[in-house]
Design a protein around this ligand. Structure first.
Ligand code: 9EZ
Length: 511
């Protein structure tokens, strides 16, 4: 079933009404809204849906993904996919997507709010007023003017934080392993190596994903390289600032305050940081604005509508090869890739090692990665797994086949070649339908249509015997292609007995 065939979608968390509205009106999708659906009910109902949309409450477990036999997409309205078992989704051939941009402004504004709150201890002072006090000495603060803000992670959110805090005349410096210094310089952030950053900062804010490389990015060792009294902010993901190290630094005075919207465990059972007088903590409110929720609900719906209409795949986190796979022009080429892969498998069932997919012609210039996936589907047709474009290359690798792509400028003809293990198949489209034009050096005079049932001989076929076998089985000969070394017959129905036909392969291809 095609990944873009999405007719019924379940929304199992509370999402902005715009989401269901766009899915219905622009996608023609049947939408069920069940905010607060229990895990048991989700498990029993998921088999009826092609798509599942969640926010943070629904836990999309391996059990849910396995039970969702129709599922093609799980979409999270928001940044990150912490509540989705992405590996299990990939194994089941299910696209996982999120909306990484919808929350950026809200997250950035909250970060700025925490920086201002820290500089004057605004929440602590306000709370003391509510307790009936008038404590003017205790809450002496510092200006942000002229102070240095270190921004670790300079994507959308880091950038918005930088430009806002520049209006307070803070000096904004930072580090990002991916975004080039020339790009960040344009929004006023000079980049340094991490080693050079620590000692310069009065405030450090983190805006990275949570990865092995960013877990504990701020830790005992890095605190010790900071100015005494440095203040830190985490509105990104719990654990980027090591919580035990932060507590130690607060106790020693090395850290002068922390603003935390996120925790390694949420809600945090260990209250030591939350209870510390220099910590301003929030219950993960970064995306909690009407605007961010509306934007994410809308974005997630538009991404699914784009997929349904075969226009684009946006926001996917587990299908990097497929970013260019969805456009009206690509479908027949994906079918060709699958058909060539399937034929390749019939001819060389035990092939292992590298299989090279070569594209020619401008139209296929950027199609290599998803055509690798398509060819891999064909190669793995006997797999007992749910192989599709999402996971085919991963499963191929698991059995020792690396499918690689190469775009050749040797020919201007739009064509696809699959080679490896001494075999090379070349195909193209004829009237929009997948066709085989060559096996090795052997050229067919007219291309062989790759659908229905084919009989293939590595030499000349005995045509008299063929006619007899077809007649006995009630099948008809549709076309016959003879090239040097190969004979291919297209027949109207498969034969159950090939014994009279010599060394003959019967190949069935999807219609
Ligand atoms: C790591 C990062 C930023 C960072 C940001 C992103 C993969 N990655 N890593 C260390 N997107 C600052 C410090």
């Amino acid at each position: 079933m095609a990944l873009s065939d999405i007719r019924r979608v379940l929304i199992s968390d509370s999402l902005a009404p715009a989401c269901a509205h766009i899915l219905r009106s622009q996608g023609g999708i049947e939408v069920t809204e069940e905010p607060g659906l229990s895990p048991q009910d989700l498990l029993s109902q998921i088999q009826d849906y092609d798509g599942l949309i969640v926010r943070s409450a629904t836990k999309v477990t391996s059990d849910v993904l396995t039970a969702g036999t129709r599922l093609k997409v799980v979409a999270r309205a928001g940044t990150g996919v912490d509540n989705v078992d992405v590996d299990a989704a990939t194994q089941n051939g299910i696209i996982v997507m999120n909306t990484p941009t919808g929350n950026s402004i809200s997250a950035a504004e909250l970060t700025c709010g925490l920086i201002l709150s820290l500089s004057r201890q605004i929440p602590q002072a306000a709370s003391s007023m509510k307790q009936g006090k008038w404590d003017r000495k205790k809450y002496m603060g510092s200006e942000l003017h002229g102070k240095t803000l270190g921004i670790l992670g300079l994507g959308r959110i880091g950038k918005e934080v930088a430009t806002r805090m520049q209006s307070f005349q803070m000096k904004t410096i930072g580090y990002d392993p991916i975004i080039p210094p020339e790009v960040t310089a344009e929004f006023g952030v000079q980049q340094f190596s991490l080693e050079e950053i620590w000692g310069q900062c009065d405030y450090i804010t983190v805006h990275t994903p949570l990865l092995p490389s960013t877990t504990g990015l701020v830790n005992d060792a890095t605190f010790s390289k900071c100015k005494r009294g440095v203040q830190v902010i985490n509105c990104a993901r719990g654990g980027i600032i090591d919580e035990a190290a932060l507590l130690r630094a607060l106790e020693s005075g090395q850290c002068g305050g922390a603003g935390l919207d996120v925790f390694t465990e949420e809600p945090p059972r260990d209250r030591a940081l939350v209870d510390h007088p220099l910590v301003i903590s929030l219950p993960h409110l970064g995306a909690s604005t009407h605007e961010a929720q509306n934007r994410c609900g809308e974005e997630v719906a538009l991404q699914i509508v784009d997929l349904v209409k075969d226009r684009a795949l946006l926001g996917a986190v587990n299908a990097p090869a497929l970013t260019k796979a969805f456009s009206p022009e690509t479908k027949p080429w994906i079918r060709l890739g699958e058909a060539l892969g399937r034929l390749f498998h019939y001819l060389l069932p035990e092939v292992r090692g590298e299989i090279q997919v070569t594209t020619t012609g401008g139209a296929l210039k950027n199609s290599g990665s998803f055509l690798c996936s398509a060819v891999a589907i064909g190669l793995l047709q006997n797999s007992d797994k749910k192989v599709n474009l999402v996971n085919a290359c991963i499963f191929a690798k698991d059995v020792g086949i690396q499918v690689t792509s190469y775009h050749s400028l040797d020919s201007s003809e739009t064509a696809l070649e699959v080679s490896g293990g001494g075999l090379c198949l070349t195909g193209g489209l004829s009237g929009g339908a997948p066709c085989l034009s060559q096996i090795g050096a052997s050229d067919f005079k007219s291309p062989v249509s790759l659908n229905g049932t084919l009989l293939l001989w590595r030499d000349e076929a005995n045509l008299l015997k063929l006619i007899g076998a077809l007649a006995a089985a009630g099948s008809r000969l549709q076309t016959l292609h003879v090239s040097e070394g190969y004979t291919v017959a297209e027949i109207s129905a498969p034969l159950s007995d090939l014994s009279a036909l010599g060394s003959c392969l019967q190949i069935t291809l999807p219609a």
